[in-house]
Write a protein that binds this ligand. Sequence first.
Ligand code: UTP
Length: 293
Amino acid sequence: MNKITKAVIPAAGLGTRFLPATKALPKEMLPIVDTPNIHYIVEEAVKAGITDILIIVSASKEAIENYFDVNPALEMRLKASKKDKEAEEIRAIANMANIVFIRQKEPKGLGDAILYAKSFIGNEPFAVLLGDDLITSDVKPAIGELMDAYYKTQGTILGCKKVSKDLLHKYGVVQPTGSSSGDLFEVCDMVEKPKDPALAPSDVAVLGRYVLPPEIFKILENTKPGVGGEIQLTDAIKTSMEKIKCYACVFTGTRYDIGDKFGYIKATIDFALKRPDIGPELQAYINTLATKK
Ligand code: UTP
């Protein structure tokens, strides 16, 4: 059986929901307290056993490449001022995995971005982690749960969660083939961003994690622009369902959309509250806000 060792992180989107910051700063580099979001995404992949990662960037996202590169000048300065621990920490970031980059020439959609991974992936199944979806879990990395689901089924795997009706319009929503009970079930269709909850085939949405078969590349090459004039990964996955079974894997972790302002603030607060260095101080501050009301 094909072991999954490669992951693709698409991070070339425009990030218009987070303007004006994203005029100059990639949204994937927005810090969750003091660590860029994309660091946590790479960490999730590495914890699941991924060794090789391709990050799809655009011309304005050099900061991501610099973050995962070595910085000898900074390391030297830190060592000179006896900050050896910090120097080691920044060196370790460059050694998290084999990380390579490719530029998407124009933001023509998630499907187009994935197509840039064709030669890196070759003929293997691979993991996809969206650069702005942060998932935390005390149990197992979300992408690891999807990889287990792939080993069980050999199908396409969609990382999913139940979502309240009023939020379904933001996501791809799956149509279960049979029962949607349990944390792994077959899917026969998907509706991308249903305008009305009545048009959604279920309340289970696809949230930023996938295991895809290599056959997806040929399908993407023949996929016409869809919603918003972009090449949609959802359209290609729907086509793939004719030949390859597709499953929804309901992951256990908590997911934050850090490309959305409120999602980003929630992630920052939750992460900060868990930190021993600032958590208690933040909790006390939140308590004062609550009493002010
Ligand atoms: P989003 O739609 O969430 O990202 O794409 P966006 O386009 O940057 O967001 P807004 O709506 O303008 O704020 C989902 C994922 O696909 C990547 C994004 O970087 C994100 O991780 N993506 C999207 C690309 O890599 N290339 C694209 O052309 C579009």
